[in-house]
Design a protein around this ligand. Structure first.
Ligand code: HCA
Ligand code: CU
Length: 382
């Protein structure tokens, strides 16, 4: 796995538009594209211009923004879609067609032979019209497709010499990390071109699956902010960043402006009308909150004891919470010092006991704890 070679294909403006409460205006899309660009994602994927008249205008507008990120549009494997996409001026086209038995039977009705013929026709057309357009060919529902069918399709397409990247999609979120590793590796072994992975999160494996894809040689990973997308979405951007940070935080610092991650999330959450889930990776309210006395004590001695990610790298702060029955005397002493109070060991011990007893009976605010500390300090002065 090489993190220097890897790229994020951010699809909040395509897969994310398929989220139940998403309804981005053209202005919203520009705002979102700009914050993603500011963060530093390598690619921004946008909804097919064939989806609706406004989608076409939005796609054109995004392509002309002059972003650092390459703008890709997603299309079905249709000649008409390809023509419309080429007219928008995007940097690349992400094309997809279903290969699983279910999608062949109930979605487009085509055999594997027909899929190869159609893909050959559409890819050749795009290449002839615009050889510089970065072209990705992907199979929808790859993980419920037959391996020999998949490899047959990819080998036929690779021989055209016109495609820059293959995609594998876990469309229904059914794959496990082992299965993703094996399929990416199988494709890696018989193809030399880049591999993109798109993983849905129906069974909670999207981040692990994306990581397994990278370990097996994938080069591009699809993400959305907050993981939004069809049903319960795909690999969340912050989750992938968290996973990779533990492997090589320096490379991530070089590739992305990590301190912008929160702003990206606040904007997208607002645009889709949700709050950032408390347990979201890095940017959720609980991500850097430490509570139990054992944890807070160790954290005061060394932050790496209970944190694998440094919140400062993301312009965030940690919280050591003390207003509860699991609190500990070290954290309370630290709070007293923070308030500029000079309390000795036995005073701290007494207060800790008192706080635990009070918190056993009622909710205790931090203000109340502070008040107790101030009272204790005032009492000892007298
Ligand atoms: C969908 C299509 C897709 C495409 C992924 C890709 C999927 O069902 O909306 O282009 O690689 O999950 O298969 O998002
Ligand atoms: Cu998808």
């Amino acid at each position: 796995m090489s993190l220097t070679e890897f790229a994020i294909v951010e699809t909040t403006l395509r897969e994310g538009e398929q989220f139940f409460s998403a309804n981005f205006s053209g202005k919203d899309k520009i705002e979102i594209a700009r914050v993603l660009d500011d963060f530093g994602v390598e690619y921004i994927e946008v909804t097919s211009p064939s989806a609706s008249p406004q989608s076409r205008l939005d796609c054109q507008g995004l392509a002309q923004l002059g972003l650092q990120a390459k703008v890709l549009t997603h299309i079905r494997c249709h000649l008409e879609d390809a023509k419309v996409a080429l007219d928008t001026g995007v940097d690349g086209i992400n094309m997809v067609i279903g290969t699983s038995r279910l999608l062949r039977q109930y979605s487009h009705g085509k055999s594997i032979e027909k899929i190869i013929d159609l893909a050959t026709e559409v890819i050749t057309f795009i290449h002839e019209q615009s050889p510089q357009t970065e072209l990705r060919f992907s199979t929808e529902d790859s993980f419920r497709s037959g391996l020999s069918d998949l490899l047959r399709v990819y080998q036929a397409i690779e021989q055209l010499g016109m495609v820059h990247r293959f995609g594998l999609a876990d469309t229904v979120g059914v794959a496990t990390p082992n299965q993703v590793f094996n399929l990416v590796q199988a494709l890696r072994q018989c193809s030399s071109i880049d591999i993109e992975f798109h993983g849905h999160n129906d069974t909670g494996c999207a981040i692990a699956n994306s990581y397994a894809a990278l370990e097996a040689g994938a080069t591009h990973i699809n993400t959305t902010v907050l993981g939004i997308g069809e049903r319960n979405g795909i690999t969340p951007l912050a989750g992938l960043i968290a996973r990779l940070y533990t492997v090589d935080s320096q490379i991530l610092h070089r590739k992305y402006r990590l301190k912008k991650l929160s702003a990206v999330h606040r904007l997208v959450a607002e645009k889709v009308g949700i709050t950032i889930p408390y347990n979201h990776y890095i940017v959720g309210e609980a991500a850097f909150n430490h509570k139990a006395g054992i944890h807070t004590k160790a954290m005061l001695n060394h932050s790496k004891t209970y944190e694998i990610i440094d919140p400062q790298d993301f312009d965030l702060t940690r919280t050591l919470s003390i207003n509860h029955k699991l609190t500990g005397k070290h954290a309370i002493a630290a709070r007293a010092r923070q308030l500029g109070l000079d309390l000795d060991n036995s005073q701290i011990q007494t207060i800790a006991k008192h706080i635990k007893a009070l918190a056993d009976r009622q909710y205790l605010s931090l203000d109340k704890v502070d008040e107790l500390l101030y009272c204790c300090a005032a009492y000892s002065v007298r």
